[in-house]
Design a protein around this ligand. Sequence first.
Ligand code: ADP
Length: 295
Amino acid sequence: MELLIETLSKQYSNGVQALNNVSLNIPQGMFGLLGPNGAGKSTLMRTIATLQKADSGSITWGELNILEQQEEMRKVLGYLPQEFGVYPRVSAEMMLDHIARLKGLSNRKERNETVSALLQKVNLYKERKRNLGTYSGGMKQRFGIAQALIGNPKILIVDEPTAGLDPAERNRFYNLLSEIGESTIVILSTHIVEDVKTLCKQFAIICSGEVMYVGTPHDAVKTLDGKIWSKAIDKHEIEDYREKYKVIATQLSEGKLFIRVVSDDNPGEGFTATEPSLEDVYFNAISAKVDLVTL
Ligand code: ADP
C-alpha cells in the first residue's frame, strides 16, 4: 500500500515556504528523500510523522487520512528524528524496555522478548548492558532504529541517519535499513547521494520545498546520457567557465581543477564526453535553486 502525498504546502511564521505543493507516491521499500540543508526534508518528515501540521494538501495511506487521524497513524509509524538524544547513563536494554512500556507493551514477558529480538536485529545484543553514553555514533543510530521498530511499524521514517557515521558504520546501517525495507515503507532523508545510490529503489530530489525529480536512480542517471562533459582547467579560469557553461561540479586534484558541465551538445574547447552519475543528476536538479559554489 502506497503513502500518497498530495499538494502539501507549509509556510513557517517567519515567511519561509518550507514545502511548496509537494506531491509524492511512496511505495513499499526504501524511498530516498535527497536534498541540501534547508530543502524541507525534515518539515516533510515531521508532517508525515504527525508532529506538525501542513497549511494545505493531504497525506493518505490506504483508508487512513494521516493529517486527521493522527492517533491511528502513530500506531503504524516508527520515527528516528534527526536529533536523537539518549540518556547517557542508562543501558540500551533498560532504555528500550522503558520506551516499549511507554508505547503500550505492558506485558513484561512479551516486552522482554520484543526488546531482546530488537537488540539482536540491530546487532547490539552483546552490548545491551552498556550505558548509551559509551556507544559510538553508529551504535546510537542502530539503537535509534531499534526504538523506532517497537510495535512493528508499517511506515518507518529516518531523518538524515547516516550523517557523521564512518564508512564501516554506514555500511552496517545500510544493511540494517535494506533488510527493514523488504517489508516496510522506509522513508530516508539524506543529503548524501551515496545513501540513495546504495539503498533506494525510488527517490525524490527536493530543494527549496519543491520536488525537482522523482524516479529510480537508474532512470535518473539515464536522463543525462550524453550530456555530461568534463575538462581539467586552471583554477583561475573557473569564473569564466561558470559564466559560459552550466558547471555542476568541480574537483581539485594535483593543482588542476576538474569541472563537469551539462550540455546537450559538445561544448568543444577540449571537453570530453563523460558517463553521467547520480551526483550529476542531483547537482543539476538543484543548480537552479542553490548556488553550487557554496555547497
Ligand atoms: P531540511 O531538513 O531539508 O534541512 P527543514 O525542513 O529543516 O529542511 O527546513 C526547511 C526550511 O524551513 C529552512 O529554510 C529552515 O530554515 C526553515 N525552518 C525549519 N523549521 C522552521 C521553524 N520551526 N520555524 C521557521 N523556519 C523553519
